[in-house]
Design a protein around this ligand. Structure first.
Ligand code: DLL
Length: 433
């Protein structure tokens, strides 16, 4: 189903005219209200009046995650703080999360995008939507919740975890749509099968809307078989709007970008020049309807390809492929963004630990695992077993609290982690998507 055909199937000419009008308004707002961005534009010698066509977007400076860190928490707001009704956040490159302020308008825009995604999966007011994305600063839970509520569906706000309880509710309440990460969906599906429950009979799910981490066509097939559903991809990021920036329709042929709310570009990450449709590169988004913390040419570091060939579903928006990688070292572990630098900052702050470590990421029973192997100093290595155990526990607790992920900590003898002459190899990712 198409939630808003008049918007989602708009002609390309009308869309481009709308985008230009909205881009000009957003650039003017940003220039007037956000001193940091005004300084960046001044430095590049660009004024809001210079944006005369959509192509002129290339004159605008890029924004980065580091800007959100440097101007943390509210230095990038374009609206008075009293107009901000919500703060959402995600991991930054340091211990602090990046935070994004949303006005009511921004929450409404985001909700509309998620409702479109759910409707594209066939959801409507008769559906029962089980949301097992985490609720909180992470945008998954509240985003899916708002979108489903706006459709008039019944929402089960489960949040993440507690698998037995999830399955009990799914069965007893008859959930028809599942929203969670693809890895958690696989775990749920496997547990459902192990319990002897039969999709179609005991479980009424018809669709799953999975995102927040990379996944593959093979994983789609597995999920569709396990759960008897259509498994659809949804993409988004806190800085832009949370889930719903782009979503798949039942054609399963790339994710429709909500182009009336964002302008999407793919650039060469080195030369920073825009690339034509069909060429893989780094995704860059410009919000054109947000008022709280608009983002202009925000570099996501996600790699994908854009496709503007017509989709049989009738939507006219450009589609993005699955995310095939990152241009930086960010890992997504159980839907949580993790930067090796965050873990490093925890390790170096703990007495008795040397700054030599290796992160090993794997997938066991469909759940991501993180092992942190770290060297002890000579002094600590000769300490008692109980002192060493206390260090191990401290590292585990600090990583959980700073990074938000449970890690297995393995303490290894001094000089046992291979040294490198060039760039240190800190991460080994065994997962296959
Ligand atoms: O992950 C928002 C979200 C919630 C999307 C629920 C979909 C579903 P952040 O925590 O800010 O926001 O993380 C954003 O996660 O830059 C990608 O690297 C990754 N990511 C998000 N969706 C996908 C996806 C949410 N469908 C970062 N495929 C992004 C691959 C994804 N990676």
């Amino acid at each position: 189903m198409i939630y808003q055909p008049e918007k989602e199937c708009i002609s390309r000419e009308q869309l481009r005219a709308l985008q230009l009008k909205r881009l000009q308004a957003t650039v003017a707002l940003e220039y007037k209200q956000v001193p940091m961005y005004r300084a960046m534009m001044d430095q590049k010698g660009v004024k809001p009046e210079d944006i005369r066509t959509l192509e002129d977007i290339r004159f605008l400076p890029f924004m980065n995650k580091t800007d959100l860190r440097d101007y943390y928490p509210f230095g990038l707001l374009a609206a008075p703080q009293s107009d901000i009704v919500r703060v959402q956040g995600s991991s930054g490159t340091t211990g602090k999360p990046i935070v994004v302020g949303y006005t009511q308008n921004d929450v409404d825009v985001w909700t509309e995008m998620v409702s479109r995604a759910l409707a594209a999966a066939g959801a409507g007011r008769d559906d029962i939507v089980q949301v097992c994305y985490g609720y909180g600063l992470f945008t998954g839970g509240l985003g899916a919740h708002q979108g489903a509520s706006a459709l008039g569906a019944m929402v089960i706000p489960m949040s993440a975890g507690n698998t037995q309880r999830q399955i009990m509710m799914m069965r007893d309440l008859g959930s028809t749509v599942l929203c969670c990460t693809p890895s958690y969906a696989t775990y749920l599906g496997e547990t459902i099968r192990e319990m002897g429950l039969v999709p179609g009979k005991d479980i009424r799910l018809k669709a799953g809307i999975f995102g927040a981490e990379p996944w593959s066509e093979e994983m789609r097939q597995r999920l569709e078989e396990l759960l008897g559903i259509d498994a659809l991809d949804i993409y988004g990021l806190t800085e832009i709007a949370g889930p719903g920036v782009a979503f798949e329709c039942l054609e399963k042929h790339g994710m429709h970008v909500n182009e009336d709310h964002v302008i999407v570009e793919v650039i060469d990450p080195v030369t920073e020049q825009p690339l034509p449709y069909g060429t893989p590169g780094e995704l860059v988004f410009t919000t054109i309807t947000k008022t709280g913390q608009p983002m202009l040419r925000y570099r996501t570091h996600d790699i994908c390809t854009l496709d503007d060939t017509p989709c049989p579903c009738g939507r006219t928006t450009v589609r993005m492929s699955r995310i095939t990688g990152r241009t930086d070292d960010m890992l997504v572990i159980r839907g949580v963004n993790v930067f090796p630098s965050q873990i490093e900052s925890v390790l170096v702050s703990i007495h008795g630990v040397a700054p030599h470590y290796l992160l090993e990421v794997d997938r066991v029973n469909s759940a991501d695992t993180l092992e942190v192997k770290v060297e002890l100093t000579e002094d600590m290595f000769s300490d008692t077993v109980s002192q060493i155990e206390a260090v191990r526990q401290l590292i585990a607790e600090q990583i959980k609290s700073v990074v938000g992920v449970q890690a297995k900590i393995t303490l290894v003898p001094p000089r046992s982690i291979p040294r490198s002459e060039g760039k240190a190899k800190r991460v080994i990712d065994h997962r296959k998507y």
